[in-house]
Design a protein around this ligand. Structure first.
Ligand code: P1T
Length: 394
């Protein structure tokens, strides 16, 4: 199999081979890190397709090819971060006077970019609970040009019916962008459900090892690709060759990692649901979750993110987050190691006082691929240490 023949292969095979044929010069099995800023030209305007690494770089091209393949898109563009991708996309899609519908439960940095940067350029936005299709319909305006969906959402793990939102927009000029960071393309492919564009923070599951920051946009329309590439080259938020290489290496194991993340998260969510110090558990894989059926329809499995509220107020929640040992207290998610955080004080501090504010008793877990028994034992000891008074007082 060579080049485009990989299109016929299954996901796990494409993750390892698509865009990553052996190096034609040396036969190297792994795509080289083309750590160069520029390329010699044979004559003025005569070159091998590469002129300058802001515009194109062979390691980045390989990443583009595999990302497009995994999301079932015609093209992909990689960026220096998820937010760089978001900004480039918003700048390309929006003009003064336009309006945006943004998920009321989106990553705090996406909200901050919208509210504090993009809105300075005459662009209005509304926060909507996208899991409520009637609310989406009611919030749409003639001047809405962009509907920005996360599913599952960050941090409450709400599930949005991608096909349902796409159908609402069938006769509307707004583009539907799905931030697929929490699911990864292994578990969910939004283009197949009617999204126009997919966005990733590749920092998370796609990279998978907490060693690189990156972003990506994937789509089908050729003219969108040309314009977006123009905007990216004009603005410059590109990833370096080594970052692209780390992301390529992470992608090779995406399928096996996501299977394990999902299995561990299911076990952790079930444990939390039965623990007396826990008030509510948010995990789309639990049959009682309001979005469970939609998630089961549009996702292969339910991924590794779990959130819960503790009994006993802020001190209890912050105490649990501070007392785990296997779960490390840190922002970010999607790496092989388990992380715990307090969204209200950490990842979502920038939404305090807005319609997107999160509860002070909320704790978010990125469940890694360690052994399930160690993860559960760690949470049990932290809950026992941090919440005893609250539990016995109830
Ligand atoms: O961090 P960056 O690569 O720029 O990606 C931003 C981003 C975009 N979309 C979603 C759904 C995200 O979760 C993020 C980043 N999120 C975290 C750092 C976090 O801990 O939630």
């Amino acid at each position: 199999m060579t080049g485009t023949d990989w299109d016929a292969a299954e996901f796990e095979t494409r993750a390892i081979h698509a865009g990553q044929d052996p190096d034609p010069t040396t036969g190297a099995v792994i795509t080289p890190i083309y750590q160069t800023s520029t390329y010699v030209q044979e004559a003025v305007g005569v070159h091998k397709g590469f002129e300058y690494s802001r515009t194109d770089n062979p390691t980045r091209s390989a990443l583009h090819a595999v990302l497009a393949s995994l999301e079932g898109g015609a093209w992909a563009l990689a960026y220096a971060s998820g937010l760089a991708a978001t900004q480039n996309l918003m700048q390309y899609l929006l003009r003064p006077g336009d309006h945006v519908l943004l998920s009321d439960d989106a990553y705090g940095g996406t909200y901050r970019l919208m509210a504090k940067v993009i809105s300075n350029y005459g662009i209005d936005f509304s926060l909507v609970d996208m899991s409520d299709l009637e609310a989406v319909r009611a919030a749409l305006r003639p001047e809405t040009k962009l509907v920005w969906v996360e599913t599952p959402t960050n941090p409450y793990l709400k599930v949005v019916d991608i096909r349902g939102v796409a159908d609402l927009l069938a006769d509307h000029p707004a583009r539907l962008v799905v931030d697929n960071t929490f699911a990864s393309p292994y578990l969910q492919q939004p283009l197949a459900h009617g999204a126009d564009l997919v966005l990733h923070s590749t920092t998370k599951y796609i990279g998978g090892h907490s060693d690189v920051v990156g972003g990506a946009v994937i789509g089908n329309e050729p003219d969108v690709f040309e314009s977006l590439k123009f905007h990216q080259n004009a603005a410059g938020a590109v990833p370096g060759p080594f970052d692209c290489w780390l992301t390529l290496r992470g992608i090779k194991t995406l399928g096996v990692r996501m299977d394990r993340h999902s299995a561990n998260a299911r076990a952790v969510a079930t444990f939390l649901q039965n623990h007396e110090a826990v008030d509510r558990v948010f995990y789309p894989g639990l049959p009682g979750h309001p979005g469970h059926e939609i998630a089961a329809r549009q996702m292969r499995d339910f991924s590794g993110m779990v959130a819960f509220t503790t009994r006993g107020g802020y001190e209890a929640a912050a105490g649990v987050a501070g007392q785990t040992k296997v779960f490390q207290l840190a922002e970010s998610l999607g790496g092989v190691e388990s992380l715990i955080e307090h969204p209200g004080m950490m990842t979502h501090a920038s939404v305090a006082g807005t319609g997107a504010e999160v509860e002070e008793t909320l704790v978010r877990l990125s469940v890694g691929i360690e052994h399930e028994a160690d993860l559960i034992a760690d949470l049990r000891q932290a809950l026992t240490a941090a919440v005893p008074a609250a539990v016995s007082a109830d």
